[in-house]
Design a protein around this ligand. Structure first.
Ligand SMILES: [Zn+2]
Length: 439
């Protein structure tokens, strides 16, 4: 469905460009794209810290804290591009629904403006506990919003706009059951059939255990077939070759996200989708999910990977076709990913009490045995073992480890070009954004 209209609109766009523009905008080259990758982390620290500050009261939907978060985020979006309507008033960005307000901004594509690559993250969180402690939600999902905004800003700062339009969407009421993205898909500001891919960010800059500081996951890229899986793998490879402390982001099937973030909404709507996440560790949904526990070194790498994924989809010759999630749920590749994660986490088992350590060792061993038997021996009952391994591991981590600042990668301060030392009281510094008329 997409490819036919894409071919037609590409021809039309090319024709118009040749007729009406003596000097059509050039394609982005590798050096433009690498420059954007270097800028992608700029602002992530300050946006995370601002959203996760007590002043924003945990950003619960339909609260004053949520309204403050929105006012701040609209200020960020306005520097990147207009709302879907082309307007720049507050209400041009706001898409209210019964239980909250989503925010959407657009960077208009230079050749195929009616095709949209969407990058999104939920900005809501859990509000204030009954004892007055604030659920700051630094990794869930201030950091994911920070990545989405900073990636969009890096794309906006490129010397030319990408071929396709890029939409940045910040969802409300995710914590209430994905209500914001569900409301959006039910009444989309951008037609779903023109949304060629969706990049979801939820729980970023977090480490399940200290041994996993250099590891993250990309869930469900197979919903865009090999085309989307390859885009993500290329983005990770480029990051690892350019950055010595890059995060190895491993692919895992759709089901392992447990339908627990807005990615599930877009897959249900038939949009090729990848979901970048660090999963739910011991700080998850506690009042200790605070800025000081965010691994900003990891977050910088994740923002470059999300940027490379988004720009490759926006600039590429083709777009991925939707592939429904595997009815068999899991693959041998998932066994390899889980085994890699467990191998890296093994040195951290000493942090657990003996019964929990033994339980985890059994799970790790069972997954390792599946890998050892080889791809040809992968059987349907291995799927159950893998799904169970993921669930059991998250359960044990949840009550077996204390949420601790040792989860943030140790080491010196991370240098991010253009970024100042964190001070939540000061506004976020923007890199210079080239003016492009009404864009
Ligand atoms: Zn959450």
């Amino acid at each position: 469905m997409l490819r036919r209209t894409m071919a037609a609109s590409y021809g039309l766009a090319l024709g118009l460009a040749l007729i009406s523009l003596p000097d059509p905008a050039r394609a982005l080259d590798a050096s433009d794209i690498a420059g954007g990758a270097r800028r992608a982390p700029v602002g992530t620290r300050e946006i995370t810290a601002t959203l996760a500050s007590d002043e924003l009261e945990g950003r619960n939907n339909l609260t004053e804290g949520s309204r403050k978060a929105r006012a701040y985020l609209i200020g960020q979006l306005r520097e990147i591009g207009p709302g879907v309507s082309g307007g720049t008033d507050d209400d041009a960005y706001e898409h209210p629904f019964a239980l909250g307000t989503n925010l959407v901004a657009v960077i208009r594509g230079r050749e195929l403006p009616d095709e949209y690559v969407m990058i999104g993250a939920h900005y809501d969180h859990l509000g204030v506990a009954s004892n007055g402690d604030v659920y700051n939600g630094a990794t869930d999902n201030a950091a994911g919003v920070a990545v989405a905004v900073s990636v969009a800003r890096a794309i906006r700062s490129l010397p030319e706009a990408p071929r396709r339009s890029v939409a940045i969407a910040l969802w409300d009421a995710e914590e209430d059951g994905l209500l914001g993205s569900i409301a959006y898909v039910g009444d989309p500001a951008i037609p779903i059939e023109r949304t060629v891919a969706y990049v979801n960010l939820d729980i970023q800059g977090a480490n399940l255990s200290p041994g996993l500081a250099g590891t993250s996951i990309a869930v469900g890229a197979e919903t865009g077939g090999d085309a989307l899986s390859d885009v993500v793998a290329d983005a990770v490879r480029a990051e690892l070759s350019a950055s010595p402390r890059g995060v190895e982001t491993l692919p895992i099937s759709f089901i392992f996200g447990q339908l627990r973030s807005d990615y599930a909404t877009f897959v249900a709507a038939g949009v090729p989708t990848v979901f970048f996440s660090d999963s739910t560790g011991s700080c998850y949904h506690t009042v200790r999910d605070e800025t000081r526990f965010v691994d900003f070194d990891k977050l910088a790498s994740q923002s470059r990977i999300a940027y490379r994924t988004t720009i490759a989809l926006a600039e590429g010759a083709d777009t991925p076709d939707f592939v429904a999630p595997n009815p068999a749920l899991a693959t041998y590749g998932d066994a390899i990913t889980l085994d890699t994660i467990f191998t890296r986490a093994r040195p951290d088992l000493k942090r657990f009490a003996t019964p929990q350590r033994l339980a985890l060792e059994r799970v790790f061993d069972a997954v390792h045995a599946i890998v050892e038997r080889g791809a040809d021996a992968f059987r349907p009952d291995d799927v159950g073992t893998l799904l169970d391994a993921a669930l059991q591991t998250l359960d044990v981590l949840d009550d077996g480890l204390a949420c601790s600042s040792s989860f943030a990668r140790r080491g010196g301060p991370v240098f991010v070009p253009g970024e100042r030392t964190h001070d939540a009281g000061r506004p976020v510094e923007s890199p210079h954004l080239p003016s492009r008329g009404t864009r």
